[in-house]
Design a protein around this ligand. Structure first.
Ligand code: FE2
Length: 391
């Protein structure tokens, strides 16, 4: 059995997070996540799911009624999070090939920038592969400039400049008014988004984010730290200069059985987005609500995990508001670092292929990614993999 990750290692405290971020080159610069676009088989039904189960609100729409003849998109919003669900309307659309290969999944991680032309030029001259040249879209509410580059697999980053626009979402979309408006579940913003890449490819993508995007690698976990009896993986966390965009990159590592990253790669049939972590201010309330609406989470770790929480949290227990019994009832995980603690939980994959899932996270001072939970988490995932016959 490998050593449990040491919290001191995880925090990289000899540098301090802010200091490392100063090493980032903010030539883009990124203001935040703008939207996440999924290619899905049936956007109308997927939109219903994200509204009903996750509490996203109807926001914008484009389709046949707005003159979009080849594809339809529903935009959903919850606090700062915007999801776009897109489906092709005929067999000629190139989206069909993406769906046939990957199933439903994340195509675009869109980043909000001051200047989409400059973001494109800066990344292209550093070696990016073009997805979309700078394109101006206009309507009566102003104009939006977008450009895009490929990252791992067929996933892309679209740069969105919207400082001269005050319409709903993007030109070409209309406000989506619906009579069906389930209440939000307390999801606030995207905390981080994780990419799974192939064997031996993690460092190449780490270098890509450093060189092309000006990111820094501020946390690393090797296969000795992220391991169970059966499987391992490696992970490096990339951040942009202001720390608003955090992209951990995972690759599989050799173990006795198949790693969850390998399972992902088999079913997504390429690198891609593994999970989207969304922040809440009240994870107990959010998870209670999500469970009531049918979201399924990974099974709980053993009793010993919850018994050990007071000793793992140490002095952070003094300001912990949550009741451990309640966390256990909801299967919420707890981790801590020097600055505080965090609460997190992971859904099961949210489509039929065991690919994309969501994480719900509440940070109470901690800046890590729940490394102290990796072992318990991965053992839960392995029980699920065993059920699927993919371990
Ligand atoms: Fe995560």
């Amino acid at each position: 059995m490998a050593d449990k990750p040491n919290l001191k290692d995880l925090k990289n405290t000899e540098y301090g997070l802010e200091k490392i971020f100063e090493g980032a080159q903010d030539f883009l610069p990124l203001l935040g996540t703008d939207y996440v676009e999924f290619y899905v088989g049936n956007a109308k039904q997927a939109a219903h799911f994200y509204k009903t189960a996750f509490g996203f609100q109807s926001y914008a729409y484009r389709g046949l009624e707005t003159g979009s003849k080849d594809e339809v998109s529903y935009v959903l919003k919850q606090d700062k999070i915007r999801l776009v669900l897109t489906t092709p309307l005929n067999s000629a659309s190139p989206i069909n090939a993406h769906l046939a290969k990957h199933g439903d999944g994340v195509k675009v991680v869109a980043l909000w920038v001051e200047d989409a032309r400059s973001a494109y030029e800066e990344t292209m001259k550093r070696g990016a592969r073009s997805f979309m040249e700078p394109t101006v879209e206009k309507d009566e509410h102003g104009e939006v400039v977008r450009s895009g580059i490929y990252t791992y697999g067929e996933t892309v980053h679209v740069f969105v400049e919207r400082k001269n626009y005050n319409g709903t979402f993007l030109p070409g979309f209309k406000k989506w008014e619906s009579d069906y408006n389930p209440a939000p579940t307390g999801l606030k913003f995207i905390d981080h988004m994780v990419g799974n890449v192939g064997w031996g490819e993690m460092n190449q993508w780490v270098e890509w984010y450093e060189k092309v995007m000006g990111f820094v690698n501020f946390l690393s976990f090797d296969d000795k730290q992220i391991t169970t009896e059966y499987s391992s993986l490696m992970s490096k966390v990339m951040s942009n200069g202001n720390g608003r965009i955090k992209f951990p990159i995972n690759e599989p590592a050799k173990g006795k059985k198949k790693s969850q990253i390998e399972e992902y790669l088999d079913f997504y049939e390429s690198p891609g987005v593994q999970h989207i972590a969304v922040a809440t201010d009240d994870i107990v309330k959010t998870v209670t609500e999500l469970r009531a609406r049918g979201i399924e989470f990974l099974p709980p770790p053993p009793q010993a995990y919850y018994d050990a929480i007071p000793s793992r949290l140490g002095s952070h227990m003094d300001f912990m508001n949550e009741d451990i019994a309640e966390l256990q009832k909801l299967c919420i995980l707890v981790d801590a670092d020097e600055e505080g603690y965090l609460l997190q939980i992971f859904t099961k994959p949210i489509e039929d292929r065991p690919t994309l899932f969501f994480e719900i996270i509440q940070r109470m001072g901690a800046k890590g990614f729940g490394a102290g939970n990796f072992k318990a988490l991965f053992e839960s995932i392995e029980r699920e993999q065993a059920n699927r016959g993919t371990l």
